[in-house]
Design a protein around this ligand. Structure first.
Ligand code: FUL
Length: 695
C-alpha cells in the first residue's frame, strides 16, 4: 500500500473514533438531589393559602377549642370563587386549613362531633374540603391541606389516643378527596386549651409525641404523591418567618438530622444549609392582611401593592415557593379588597416579565463541557427547561457573555440551575458593558431553582454572568433578562382630626391626581397641589404619575366619614369623661369603656342633617363587651331630646363589625345621645370603639 493511502485510512479511522466519542457524558449529580415530587413542587412556585374556621366568626387568630360549631355559618360560601381568583392570578393551587389549632373540622370527620356536621351551614350536610376539591378540579388547580397537629378541642390531646385520632383524620383527608399535593403541619404545638372541658395546659415534645416517622410512613402509603411540609422529616421547610421572604443566600438543602435532634434554630431556615444532607427546599408563607384569619377591621389593611410585589421578588426570586394567604370572610368569600390587590400584583409581575431580551442575542461561554453543543450556552436561552449549559468537571469559575445587536436597557436578571443534578452555585456576579466599559451590577451567592435580581436600569451592549464559586461544575438551564417598567407607588392619603387632607407621592417628581366623586382618577382629574379642607363624608381616589415615563400608579381609595374635628363628648354617665374622646377619635383601635346603665352625649359642633348613626364595637381581644341593646336620641339644644332609634344589634356577637342604624326620617340636630342598655353576655360594662353619624 502506498504511504499516502495509509495516511488517508489513518485519518478516516481517527475520525471514526472521534465520532464514536461525541456522546459527551453529562455531569454526575452532586450532593443531595430533589425527588421527582419535589421537582414538580418547585415548578408550582406560587399558590394560595386559605385560613377559614370558627375564628372567622369569633374574630380570633387562635381559637381556644371551646367554640360551638353553631357559630360556623357562612352565608355565601363559594369555593369556585376562591378557585377562579387563584386561577386568574396564575397561582397553581390552594392549601386549606381543614383543621386549625381550635380543632374544628371543615369536613364531616367520622372521628369527632366538632365539625361542620354540627353547624347550621347547609344544615350540617356540608363539606368544605369536598367543595374545594371539586372547585380545584374544575379550575385545574392542585389541592393542599393543613391539618393542625395541635388540637385545643380534643379531650385526649397530649396522650397516645390523640395521635391515633390525628392519623385517622389524616387518612380521611388523604384518601377521600383525590390528590393532595401538599400536607401542611404547623409547628405550634401544645399549650393551654379547652381539651374537652379540662381547660388546662398540656405540653408535649413535638419531636417525640407524634412519632413523625410512623406518621410519614402512613402518609406515603395512603398518598405517595403528597409532599409533606413542616415538622418531622418533611420534604419542604418553613422559611423561618411569616413575612414571606427568604434570605438572598438560600440553599434547598438542610441538615435535617440536626433539625430533628432539635439543634437547628428556625432563623437558619431562611438560608438553608450549604452542607445539608437532604433536599428540603423553602416555602415562604405570608398573609395578604395582617392576620391569617379574616377580620373586618383589617379590610383597609390589605398589604400595599409595593409590599406584595416585594414579597414576590423576595420569595420566588430567592429560590423559595410562595404561599400567599387569602383569608375567607364570614360570607365564605375572598374579600373584594384582597382580590383587587392580588390582581394588581400579578399585573405588575406580568408587565415586569413581558419581553425577554436575551432571545436572539449572541451567546458564548468561557468553558463548555466536551466542547459539545449538547452542553453549550445556547441551551440557556432556548426556552427548554430540560437542556442546560455545563462545563468540564474541573471548572468552578466560568463566564457566559451575551451580546446585543443594539444597546439594550434592562433591570431584571433571572437565573436557574438544572437542579436535577443538585444545587451547585455558591457565588456569581453580573456585569454589563456600558458605553464600552464593563461595569459590575451585582455580586450574589446562590441561585438554586430560580433566582431573580432586581437591578437599577442600565443600557448595555453586552451582559456577562460570572460564576465565581461552585460546589461542583456549574450546570445552568436558564438565563433571562427583562426591562421592567417603573413601579409608580400609589400616593398616601391622610385626613387629620381637623379635616385637612394631605396627599404624598413616594418620589418628589411624581404628580398626584384625584377625584372626590367616586370616579376613577386619571391625569385629566384634579391635580393635587396643596393640603385642603374636607369635612364631609367622602371617597377620595388618587393616583401618582411619573411624568417623565408617563406611567400612572394603581389608584388608591380612601373613605372618610364626616370629619369629627368639632365634635366633643360633653357628658358621660357610667364612665370617665377624660377617656371619652376615644369614642370619636376615628381610630377603631382605641375604645371607651362605660359601666351600665350608661350614656354618652356628643356635641357635633353645629346643626347637621343625617339619616342614621353607627356604632363600632371593640375589635380585637377576648372580652369585647359588645353592646346588645341601645337607645339613640338627638337634640338641637342639648336639653330636649327625641328618641330616634332603639333596639338590638342583631348578630353582633358572631359578627362584631360596624353596626349601622338608619332613622325613619332625615334629622337635623346638634347633639347625639347614645344609651347602651345591655351587653351581649349580660356583663355590666361595654366598650365603644367609635360612634358616628350617617349622612
Ligand atoms: C402559624 C399558626 O399558628 C397560624 O395560626 C397560621 O396558621 C400560620 C400559617 O402558621 O404558625
Amino acid at each position: 500500500m502506498k504511504k499516502s493511502k495509509i495516511f488517508v485510512l489513518a485519518v478516516l479511522l481517527l475520525r471514526m473514533l472521534v465520532s464514536c466519542q461525541t456522546a459527551v457524558p453529562a455531569p454526575e449529580p452532586h450532593g443531595p438531589l430533589p425527588s421527582q415530587k419535589q421537582l414538580d413542587w418547585h415548578e408550582m412556585e406560587f399558590y394560595a393559602f386559605v385560613h377559614f374556621t370558627t375564628n372567622t366568626f369569633t374574630n380570633k387568630e387562635w381559637g381556644y377549642g371551646d367554640e360551638s360549631p353553631e357559630i360556623f355559618n357562612p352565608t355565601e360560601l363559594d369555593t369556585r370563587q376562591w378557585a377562579r381568583i387563584v386561577k386568574e392570578a396564575g397561582m397553581k393551587g390552594i392549601i386549606l386549613t381543614a383543621k386549625h389549632h381550635d380543632g374544628f373540622c371543615l369536613w364531616p370527620s367520622k372521628f369527632t362531633e366538632h365539625s361542620v356536621k354540627n353547624s347550621p351551614w347547609k344544615n350540617g350536610q356540608g363539606d368544605v374540603v369536598q367543595e374545594l376539591a371539586d372547585a380545584c378540579r374544575e379550575f385545574d388547580l392542585k389541592l393542599g391541606l393543613y391539618l393542625s397537629p395541635w388540637d385545643r378541642n380534643h379531650p385526649e390531646y397530649g396522650r397516645a389516643e390523640y395521635v391515633t385520632y390525628f392519623r385517622n383524620q389524616l387518612k380521611e383527608l388523604l384518601t377521600n378527596y383525590g390528590d393532595v399535593f401538599e400536607m401542611w403541619f404547623d409547628g405550634a404545638n401544645g399549650g393551654n386549651g379547652y381539651y374537652g372541658g379540662a381547660n388546662e395546659t398540656r405540653k408535649i415534645n413535638t419531636l417525640e409525641y407524634y412519632d413523625w416517622q410512623t406518621t410519614y410512613d402512613s402518609i406515603y402509603k395512603w398518598s405517595p404523591n403528597t409532599l409533606v411540609w413542616g415538622v418531622g422529616p418533611s420534604e419542604a421547610r418553613w422559611i423561618g418567618n411569616e413575612e414571606g421572604y427568604a434570605n438572598t443566600t438560600n440553599w434547598s438543602l438542610l441538615r435535617q438530622k440536626d433539625e430533628l435532634a432539635g439543634k437547628v434554630h428556625y432563623k437558619e431556615f431562611m438560608s438553608g444549609h450549604e452542607d445539608g444532607e437532604r433536599w428540603v427546599p423553602g416555602e415562604a408563607d405570608v398573609s395578604i392582611r395582617p392576620g391569617w384569619f379574616y377580620h373586618a377591621v383589617e379590610d383597609g389593611k390589605v398589604k400595599s401593592l409595593e409590599e406584595v410585589v416585594d414579597i414576590y421578588y423576595k420569595s420566588i426570586g430567592r429560590n423559595a415557593n410562595l404561599l400567599l394567604n387569602l383569608p375567607v370572610d364570614r360570607r365564605g368569600l375572598v374579600h373584594e379588597n384582597d382580590e383587587a390587590r392580588l390582581m394588581e400584583m400579578m399585573a405588575v409581575i406580568k408587565a415586569d416579565f413581558k419581553t425577554e431580551l436575551l432571545n436572539g442575542s449572541e451567546v458564548s461561554a468561557s468553558n463548555v463541557r466536551g466542547n459539545s453543543k449538547q452542553f453549550g450556552p445556547g441551551n440557556l436561552i432556548d426556552g427548554d427547561k430540560n437542556t442546560y449549559w455545563a462545563t468540564e468537571d474541573s471548572i468552578t469559575t466560568a463566564s457566559i457573555t451575551f451580546k446585543f445587536d443594539a444597546p439594550t436597557k434592562f433591570n431584571r436578571v433571572l437565573l436557574q440551575e438544572h437542579i436535577k443534578l443538585g444545587q451547585r452555585v455558591k457565588g456569581f456576579t453580573v456585569e454589563a458593558k456600558v458605553a464600552g466599559n464593563w461595569v459590575t451590577l451585582a455580586e450574589e451567592t446562590t441561585i438554586g431553582y430560580k433566582r431573580i435580581l432586581r437591578l437599577d436600569s442600565v443600557e448595555a451592549t453586552a451582559i456577562k454572568i460570572n460564576i465565581t464559586d461552585t460546589k461542583a461544575c456549574p450546570v445552568l438551564s436558564t438565563i433571562e433578562v427583562y426591562n421592567a417598567p417603573t413601579l409608580v407607588h400609589a400616593p398616601q392619603i391622610e385626613r387629620d382630626k381637623k379635616g385637612v387632607v394631605t396627599m404624598t407621592s413616594k418620589h418628589e417628581d411624581e404628580e398626584i391626581y384625584y377625584t372626590l366623586d367616586g370616579s376613577e382618577p386619571s391625569e385629566n382629574s384634579s391635580k393635587y397641589d396643596a393640603a385642603f379642607q374636607l369635612d364631609k363624608a367622602v371617597v377620595v381616589k388618587a393616583i401618582s404619575r411619573n411624568v417623565e415615563e408617563k406611567v400612572n400608579s394603581f389608584p388608591k381609595t380612601v373613605k372618610f366619614g364626616v370629619s369629627k374635628a368639632n365634635w366633643k363628648v360633653v357628658s358621660v354617665k357610667g364612665g370617665n369623661i377624660n377617656d371619652a374622646a376615644q369614642a370619636i377619635d376615628g381610630d377603631f383601635g382605641t375604645s371607651f369603656r362605660v359601666k351600665l346603665p350608661a350614656e354618652v352625649v356628643i356635641d357635633l359642633g353645629a346643626n347637621m342633617s343625617f339619616v342614621g348613626f353607627d356604632y363600632m364595637p371593640k375589635q380585637v381581644g377576648n372580652g369585647l363587651r359588645l353592646v346588645k341593646t341601645y337607645e339613640l336620641y338627638t337634640s338641637t339644644n342639648g336639653k330636649d331630646w327625641n328618641k330616634r332609634s332603639e333596639g338590638e344589634f342583631s348578630n353582633i356577637k358572631h359578627n362584631p363589625i360596624l353596626q349601622v342604624k338608619n332613622f325613619t326620617e332625615k334629622v337635623e340636630a346638634r347633639y347625639l345621645k347614645f344609651v347602651p342598655t345591655s351587653e351581649v353576655e349580660r356583663n355590666d360594662e361595654v366598650y365603644i370603639a367609635e360612634l358616628g353619624i350617617v349622612e
